[in-house]
Design a protein around this ligand. Structure first.
Ligand code: CO8
Length: 259
C-alpha cells in the first residue's frame, strides 16, 4: 500500500496519518483508496479500540481534494462508477469504534469532511476550517453538506458552505465544530490522553453508545428512545458490565475483555 496514508497501532489506538505534507495532505487517489481500507482494517483488528485521524507535517490536517487531479470533466460512466464504488469517506460509516480527528493547521474541503465524519474533533489553536468547494464550481459532496448541518445546525452549515470563508479554531469551538481546543504543542499529548481514555473503556459500551447517538439522530424521539433501551438491554448482559461494578467495589482498575 502507498505510504501516503499510514496506520500505527499503539496502546489500543490506531493512529491514521494522511502523509502528504508537501501538498498540505491533499486527498489524492492513494489517500482516497487507502483511508477507507485502513478504517476497515482498524474495525477488524480487536486490538484497536479507538481510531485517531491526523495530518503529517506542521501546516495542515488536510487541505481537501488534490486540485492537481482536477484536470478533466468526469464522463457519465466515471460518475456512475464513483457512485457504485465505495464512497471514499464511507469507511467512517462502517467503523463502530470511536473516531477522533486531531486537527492542526488547514482543515479545508474534503479535509473538513473527514473531520466531520469523526465522532470527536479536537483542534489546535492554529486550525483553520472552511469549505472552498463552491468557489471551485462544486459542492462539499463527500458528506459535507449533510454532516455539517447535522453537527452545526442549518444556519452555521449554510454560512460555511455558501460563504466558503475560513474560520479559526476559537470560532469553530464556539459553533460546535470542534468540542476541544488546545495549543499546537499540546495537541499530540491531548489527543493521546483522550484516545487512551476512550480505549480503556468497555468496547461494547463504546460501540453501542456511538450507535445510539448516530442512529438515534436520524430517528423520531420515540424510535430513538426505543433503540437506546434495546442497546442498553444488550449491554446489561455483558461480562464487562459486571467487571466494571466488581472493579469499583474492589477498588481496582477494571479489565475489560469486550465480552
Ligand atoms: N491540492 C493540491 N495541492 C495543494 C492543495 C490541494 N488542495 N493545497 C495545497 N497544496 C500544495 C500547493 O500547491 C503547494 O505546493 P507547491 O509547494 O508545490 O507549490 C503546497 O501545497 C503549499 O501550499 P501553498 O503554497 O498554497 O501554501 P499557503 O500556506 O500559501 O496556502 C492553502 C495554503 C490555504 C491550504 C492553499 O494552498 C489552498 O488554498 N489550497 C487549496 C484548498 C482547496 O481549495 N482545497 C480543495 C477543496 S475542494 C475539496 O476538497 C473537494 C473534496 C472532494 C472529495 C475528495 C474526492 C475528490
Amino acid at each position: 500500500m502507498s505510504d501516503e496514508v499510514l496506520m500505527l497501532v499503539r496502546e489500543g489506538v490506531a493512529w491514521i496519518t494522511i502523509n502528504r505534507p508537501a501538498s498540505m495532505n491533499a486527498i489524492n487517489n492513494a489517500v482516497r483508496e487507502g483511508l477507507p481500507r485502513l478504517l476497515d482494517q482498524a474495525q477488524a483488528d480487536s486490538a484497536v479500540r479507538v481510531v485517531v485521524v491526523q495530518g503529517a507535517g506542521p501546516k495542515a490536517f488536510c487541505a481537501g481534494a488534490d486540485i492537481s487531479e482536477f484536470t478533466t470533466v468526469n464522463s457519465l460512466a466515471q460518475d456512475r462508477q464513483r457512485r457504485v464504488h465505495q464512497h471514499w469517506v464511507s469507511g467512517f460509516d462502517r467503523i463502530r469504534k470511536p473516531t477522533i480527528a486531531s486537527i492542526h493547521g488547514y482543515c479545508l474541503g474534503g479535509g473538513l469532511e473527514i473531520a466531520l465524519s469523526c465522532d470527536i474533533r479536537i483542534g489546535a489553536e492554529n486550525a483553520l476550517f472552511g469549505f472552498p468547494e463552491t468557489g471551485l464550481g462544486i459542492l462539499p459532496a463527500a458528506g459535507g453538506t449533510q454532516r455539517a448541518s447535522r453537527v452545526l445546525g442549518l444556519g452555521q452549515a449554510l454560512d460555511l458552505v455558501l460563504s466558503g470563508e475560513r474560520i479559526d479554531a476559537a470560532h469553530a469551538l464556539r459553533i460546535g465544530l470542534i468540542s476541544r481546543l488546545c495549543s499546537v504543542d499540546a495537541l499530540p499529548a491531548q489527543t493521546q490522553a483522550l484516545a487512551e481514555r476512550l480505549a480503556g473503556k468497555p468496547p461494547l459500551a463504546m460501540e453501542m453508545a456511538k450507535e445510539a447517538v448516530h442512529q438515534g439522530h436520524e430517528m423520531s424521539l420515540t424510535a430513538g428512545l426505543r433503540l437506546e433501551a434495546d442497546l442498553q438491554s444488550l449491554l446489561l448482559n455483558t461480562e464487562d458490565r459486571l467487571e466494571a461494578a466488581a472493579a469499583f467495589r474492589e477498588k481496582r482498575p477494571p479489565k475489560f475483555t469486550g465480552q
